[in-house]
Write a protein that binds this ligand. Structure first.
Ligand code: NAD
Ligand code: ZN
Ligand code: ZN
Length: 398
């Protein structure tokens, strides 16, 4: 057994640091025994746009918190109450921590588990949500392992597809959830705000679902190129032409069936306001460009309070939303964390049977070491068109 655990810790805004902590134990953040848990040796552990909100000081986190919530790994130690997950299984870890026993878990709402965080009905690794240690590390403790883990059917097949399967812990199911909440289906026209890893995952999932016209908006040209080169249309928000006009030029009409917010609270405006933060910009754009009777999924994160926000209202986590203007359209809008377990098995099968051959090109993954993670945070923050995936033990490179 290893003696230590190298981890990436949050030391304050724009300061991530590699440290060595103790090897994890089968114990919960509250110090209770967790015989329902396992210890995993991590194969891949990704950096997410949600980590970026923490990095930018926009999602409160204590100094020293271990980062990371997108883990895939091999089970190397099994608690005495774990019945079905075995040593040697290669598994995807949904970023939601869920007990599998409460009312919400039973209703497949693992994103709002009632038993894993005393403050809110919502737990996750590597956030200030229940104290669950993050997984940008060598090893990780996963509680309620039989319930939470998704074991891949075949280890060597999983390693062949690991660059795509690593997306199952968060961004791919999250994006799929956004599309489901937006009512996307065969033939739908879709506007996806944001071409980061979640937006690009949403574009890939919209293709999988058979959506017709898939339009992705951003100002980041390198990110937009990745979706344009892989079967989608783009809206460039740095142009003066308003979003609805650009949609009309592509689609022949100003409204789409489905809208997905893959941006969150650090949204900027468009045209002359493209370099200013307007946290409300994406939601208001979606209320405008989604047709009457259409729907909007909001996986983009909004927090309260948001001390780093630019206005007194947004500091309180409140947004000036054009509901009065939009009300007449009977809008449906769903926000919140994504219940990963709802979709990860189906998406795993789609990957294993090659139904998303364009996914790798859209995501543009770069495999990095744990030592490189602090630099990757900075590059991601500067708008890099890559998805950074940490390979702590060199298992993917090998
Ligand atoms: N709900 C969940 O469970 C869940 C899970 C994962 C990620 N998220 C959230 O999803 C969001 C996206 O994640 P990501 O990793 O892709 O982040 P990211 O920061 O890499 O990408 C966001 C992109 O949005 C663009 N953008 C900014 N303002 C815009 C606007 N007005 N219109 C269109 N695009 C705009 C940015 O230029 C950037 O490229 C984040 O808020 C993240 O925290 C939520
Ligand atoms: Zn994530
Ligand atoms: Zn629960």
């Amino acid at each position: 057994m290893a003696s230590g655990n190298r981890v990436i810790t949050f030391q304050g805004p724009r300061k991530m640091e590699l440290q060595t902590f103790e090897y994890p134990k089968l114990i919960t953040p509250k110090g209770k025994k967790a015989p329902h848990g396992v210890i995993m040796k991590l194969i891949t552990t990704n950096i997410c746009g949600s980590d970026q909100h923490i990095y930018h000081g926009r999602f409160g986190a204590p100094k020293g918190m271990v980062m990371g919530h997108e883990m895939t790994g091999e089970v190397i130690e099994v608690g005495s109450d774990v019945e079905f997950i075995k040593k040697g299984d290669i598994c995807s870890v949904p970023f939601n921590v869920a007990c599998g026993r409460c009312r919400n878990c039973k209703e497949r709402h693992t994103e709002i588990c009632q038993n894993v965080n005393d403050e809110y009905d919502c737990g996750a690794y590597g956030f200030n949500l229940g104290g669950w240690q993050g997984g940008q590390s060598d090893y990780l403790m996963v509680p309620y392992a039989d319930f939470n883990l998704l074991a891949f059917p075949d280890a060597s097949h999983a390693m062949e597809k690991i660059r795509d399967l690593t997306l199952l812990s968060d961004v791919l199911p999250t994006a799929f959830h956004g599309l489901m909440e937006a009512g996307a289906k065969v033939g739908s026209t879709v506007y996806i705000a944001g071409a980061g890893p979640v937006g690009r995952s949403a574009a890939a999932c919209a293709r999988l679902l058979g959506a017709s016209c898939i339009i992705v908006g951003d100002t980041n040209k390198a990110r937009l190129d990745l979706v344009k080169n892989n079967g989608c249309e783009i809206v460039d928000l740095s142009k003066k032409t308003p979003v609805a006009d650009q949609i009309e030029a592509i689609l022949g009409e100003r409204e789409v069936d489905c809208g997905v917010d893959c941006v969150g609270l650090e949204a900027h405006g468009s045209g002359p306001e493209a370099n200013e933060e307007h946290s409300e910009a994406v939601v208001n754009t979606l209320l405008e460009v989604v047709r009457a009777g259409g729907a909007i999924g909001v996986p983009g994160i909004y927090t309260h309070p948001d001390p780093g926000a630019s206005t007194p209202l947004t500091k309180k986590g409140q947004l000036p939303i054009d509901l009065g203007k939009a009300w007449i359209k009977s809008p449906k809008l769903t926000a919140g964390q994504a219940p990963i377990m709802h979709y990860n098995r189906d998406l795993m099968m789609a990957i294993l049977y090659d139904r998303m051959p364009y996914l790798g090109a859209m995501m543009n993954t770069e495999i990095i070491s744990l030592e490189d993670a602090p630099q990757a945070y900075a590059a991601f923050s500067d708008g890099s068109p890559k998805k950074f995936v940490i390979d702590p033990h060199g298992s993917v490179k090998a």
